[in-house]
Design a protein around this ligand. Structure first.
Ligand SMILES: [Fe+2]
Length: 234
């Protein structure tokens, strides 16, 4: 577990950059839970029917596409339930250095890259996301695309991509405002200047601000032993 001093450094880094990485970490599930509670503004983790720690590994028989070898389009966590402040990923195994890279997009920077007219147009855009509840999440939500970060007040964008899997697809519909601008944002988010691809090593501990960042992953390819523990800090 981290010392108080180390925890403060983690918090400082998250406040500054919204993302923290430490390699060669040797953590138990319990230590991960303790870390999540320590960095949670509410001192609390999100709990699902599987508990506080999700074990993320390739499992083709699972009806949720997250456990398949498919890519996962950009999204923020908790949209259909309760949105956590931070997500902690701890890599417990990999078998290839290609495939299954995680993708991260800083939406505050994406917002800042737009011109004044586009920033104004964003205020009008509302999106609907819907998916059948086959996994631990599901339902229909309507959200304004432009939002404020819960603690630093910076502008953030809630622009998850459509999920086109056969298993449990997520549909996106533009309810109001410019559909073209949404498509432009999808494109911009995938440009190398906005997209950080993280190639995992066993023992990587990565914490990401779920307000500022969208995340996703590349298809697993040969990296089918890729596995994680994941906790979500409220
Ligand atoms: Fe996610």
């Amino acid at each position: 577990m981290f010392t108080m001093k180390e925890l403060n450094q983690v918090r400082k880094k998250l406040n500054k950059d919204g993302i923290f990485l430490q390699r060669n970490v040797d953590f138990t599930k319990e230590e991960l839970i303790n870390l999540g509670e320590a960095i949670s503004p509410k001192n609390k983790l999100l709990e699902w029917d599987f508990g506080k720690v999700m074990e993320m590994k390739h499992s083709p028989s699972n009806e949720n596409y997250l456990f398949s070898d498919e890519g996962v389009p950009l999204h923020w966590d908790g949209a259909f339930h309760e949105v956590p402040a931070y997500i902690i990923f701890y890599c417990t195994n990999i078998n290839s250095d290609k495939g299954g890279e995680s993708l991260f997009v800083n939406t505050t920077k994406l917002f800042q890259s737009l011109n004044a007219k586009e920033k104004e147009e964003l205020k009008k855009i509302r999106l609907e996301f819907s998916t059948e509840k086959l996994a631990h999440y599901g339902g229909k939500i309507e959200v304004p695309l432009l939002a404020d970060h819960r603690s630093n007040g910076q502008k953030i964008l809630r622009i998850a991509s459509e999920v086109k899997t056969k298993k449990n697809p997520v549909k996106r519909r533009t309810i109001s405002g410019s559909h073209e601008l949404c498509q432009k944002l999808d494109k911009l988010a995938h440009e190398p200047s906005h997209l950080y691809e993280h190639q995992w090593l066993k023992g990587d501990l990565l914490i990401v601000d779920n307000d500022t960042f969208l995340h996703g992953r590349n298809p697993l390819g040969e990296n089918t032993a890729r596995s994680f523990y994941r906790v979500q800090a409220l």
